[in-house]
Design a protein around this ligand. Sequence first.
Ligand code: TXA
Ligand code: MG
Length: 340
Amino acid sequence: MNRLPASSSGVDQAAAVLRAGGLVAFPTETVYGLGADARNVEAVTRVFAVKGRPADHPLIVHLADAAQLTGWARDIPETAWRLAEAFWPGPLTLVLPRLAGVPDVVTGGLDTVALRVPGHPVALALLAAFGDGIAGPSANRHGRVSPTSAGDVREELGADVDMVLDGGRCEIGIESTIVDLSTTKPRLLRPGAITGRALNRVLRSPLAKANAAVRCPGNMPSHYAPRAHVILASPDDVGQRIDEWHRGGQRVGVLASRRPAGLAEDVTWLRFTGNMREQARELYHRLRQADHLGLQVLVAVMPRDVGLGHALRDRLRRAAGLGDDGGRARAPPQQLPGGE
Ligand code: TXA
Ligand code: MG
């Protein structure tokens, strides 16, 4: 596998790999994507195989600019243009009715397609060189933690990807906000760095409440999960949560902005800074670190539910396998669930 720095020749070579039906992992401002020519059914099918992703979990198509929307979507509402104008290039994905020619394999057979213009110079250079949509899920195996560096991608996918473009560490660190504009009222499908409040300002009317019954396809309760068993805690009960697991002889770590008082020596503190932007940037890196350290349990102190905290809490709940259901702490089992 080639792992090239994102020089212009690297970008040209990556575009050639895509044209030939190959897979290129590329940096975005959110997380690294596993890219394929979105109009090449065979290439997109290989993305699903490499990820081990079920066929009914649709992919996002990345575009060079908002003008390319008309090559993929129909009945584009005025709100889509407004959101594109306000937030693209950037960490926002729009779900729109698809044009008939969009391959079923990309949309999981849905009548809609997810589209975004990423805010990363290397991604934009690749999209410009390639000239059309690049289908790209996050470049991790299905259900695992999204990669936020080229090294993470290599660790995840090894030789299963033809080329990795290295664009450094991802600036945002968690996946894009997804808004569904295919129904009468815009709906938030996945929280991200573009907050509900920022969206409402541009939409000039509040987003429809996320409805647990209408889940984002592929947005599963357990996702973004490290090998370590993630336990959610509050600043008040973090000590108790740690004790419960530590007492049982587990290798325990804690993800918290402050070192919890009276922490046992053999409990690893993974520092989480106080600033939510920095926390988002660090989150997946820390989850990977927990695995590298061989932790069996990671007790995570939940950020407050304001601004970006909403998306951070969403990802931590999924890492804990608790989905959208509010993150009640689980009782420590006698034994950890077996295997991986
Ligand atoms: O930040 C991101 O969005 C990253 C970078 C690489 O762009 N991509 C990403 O892709 O997170 P992925 O495949 O890991 O997550 C895309 C999500 C899927 O979980 C799926 O639920 C949703 O987008 N999605 C895709 N097409 C959809 C559609 N037509 N309707 C509703 N949801 C859709
Ligand atoms: Mg993903």
